[in-house]
Design a protein around this ligand. Sequence first.
Ligand SMILES: [Zn+2]
Ligand SMILES: [Zn+2]
Length: 402
Amino acid sequence: MGFVRWICTVIIFHFFAATPISSDPSFSSNELSSLPTKFLNFAKKPEVFDWMVAIRRKIHENPELGYEEFQTSELIRAELDKLDISYKYPVAVTGVIGYIGTGRPPFVALRADMDALAMQEMVEWEHKSKVPGKMHACGHDAHVSMLLGAAKILKEHEKEIQGTVVLVFQPAEEGGGGAKKILASKALENVSAIFGLHGGTNIPIGEVASRSGPILAGSGFFEAVISGKGGHAAIPQHSIDPILAASNVIVSLQHLVSREADPLDSQVITGQAAVQRCNATVNFFDDEKPFFPVTINNANLHEHFQRVAGDMLGIKKVKEMQPLMGAEDFSFYQEVLPGYFFFVGMKNDSLERVEPSHSPYFKVNEDVLPYGAALHASLATSYLLKIQQDVEVVEGKYHDEL
Ligand SMILES: [Zn+2]
Ligand SMILES: [Zn+2]
């Protein structure tokens, strides 16, 4: 037994000794820390920047709602084809999963959401939404463009990737829980970590913000139908007034926050009342609009993010933020694997005011695109290098013990 074990150990030792942690054996920590700046400079090259802007504008003109992102998905696949990147399609109806690197483990995922909102764009500009009543008012058009930008950077530096980067173009973030469907497809089964980003309208361009632990709220939808009985206003005793009943319900729901919940727990109830007749039925939309869990960032990935973003932007531009009461279906990924969600600044004080997302006046500051693309690419590449180094360290310990 002892001898067989000794042989195996020697074989393992030689295997790792013969496998450098990078295709470039002289890959130093200096080179590792200069990777993010190298990627950002690449993403800022006029030909790369203009290409990302053109993609974002094309998607902006043709917004599609959750699980209807067929043209967006087609555009993504066409770009991946041009970049010679293999992918799986369809995943979760319209989703596309791309692969860059060795095709072997470890795997790290980067996610972009693709869906638009059911609202009329009020911004008058050359690339305004061409679809009445639909608009990219949350910047998911920019998210897709940034992930394609990352794909371009990663493909260009494919030899430096020590494993596989999985690109997740996900449908239906806005209430549809597309992340849940992506997970159900088992496309991310062997993935070690996942990163996701969102444009931040209150964060200056060139800055990023996030935190370890809870960063976004959980959220759920329900519809209550209250039915009454009509009658003459002068003889109210012969009718049942659904408006009064609905008003009481709305006020009582607010009491859940002000009188029932712990004041130190953040909660928000937002109401849109559907009032009909005075029986009450409540529908929780479990299938169409699943309950979103709280978005909770992994502590180790927070350290990784701070290091990578700090190398790219300078540590002063990497901000800690307070949790927000918005929700994200990125939280579904974090329930099954380590995940990290962060905000990339879009605010430019010299430009006109940036409206918040979900406003019909929302505008993306396109200068954000290289930052998002380079952050995605750097986080994934350096994460894979780090995992390889950790394996090397563990193996090293093992040999020392012999
Ligand atoms: Zn949104
Ligand atoms: Zn969004």
